[in-house]
Design a binder for this molecule. Structure first.
Ligand SMILES: O=c1ccn([C@H]2C[C@H](O)[C@@H](COP(=O)(O)OP(=O)(O)OP(=O)(O)O)O2)c(=O)[nH]1
Length: 147
């Protein structure tokens, strides 16, 4: 399977698997940047990528991102649409600095990881007159697992 990657900016570093068993490709910051506290900020990758359907791309933080830099993803994860691969459609990493001081991100720094997951693409909705199941299961702790 192939991932089509276009370097929109010649400084961009291509995504890399850190080890043979890695699930995600590491994504690198395009340029030096200062992330101010409390302001959702895009980190540029300089890349435009097309996912091979039915595999879609999801951007997740590296687990060390918060510990090392105090950055989180305010939107939890990035969902990249299949058609987000035109000239202007640069993959970006949205972060929020939870520290009280600005945080520096350096060009070429590993920030996030790109994961390909198979998703259903041909899905039709059918409205039904009754709940799909006659008995409700309950949720939000209803099985009493935590006390
Ligand atoms: O972390 C992210 C999240 C999204 N995107 C790009 C790819 C995605 O296809 C597009 C739109 O994202 P989404 O649909 O999540 O955003 P929205 O808030 O619904 O905006 P839009 O109206 O542009 O769809 O932005 C990124 O580059 N990085």
């Amino acid at each position: 399977m192939e991932l089509k990657v276009w370097r929109r900016d010649p400084r961009a570093r291509l995504p890399e698997k850190a080890s043979e068993g890695a699930v995600g490709f590491d994504l690198f910051a395009l340029e030096d940047q200062e992330i101010l506290p409390g302001e959702p900020t895009f980190i540029r990758t300089g890349l435009v990528i097309e996912a091979p359907r039915p595999y879609a791309m999801f951007v997740f933080p590296r687990s060390s991102l918060f510990r090392k830099k105090g950055l989180i993803f305010p939107h939890s994860a990035g969902v990249i649409d299949f058609d987000y691969c035109g000239e202007e459609d640069e993959l970006k990493i949205l972060v929020l600095n939870l520290r009280e001081e600005p945080v520096k991100v350096l060009a070429g720094e590993r920030i996030a990881q790109l994961v390909l997951l198979a998703v259903a693409t041909e899905v039709k909705l059918r409205e039904v007159p009754r709940p799909p199941r006659s008995i409700s299961r309950g949720g939000f702790g209803s099985t009493g697992g935590y006390r």
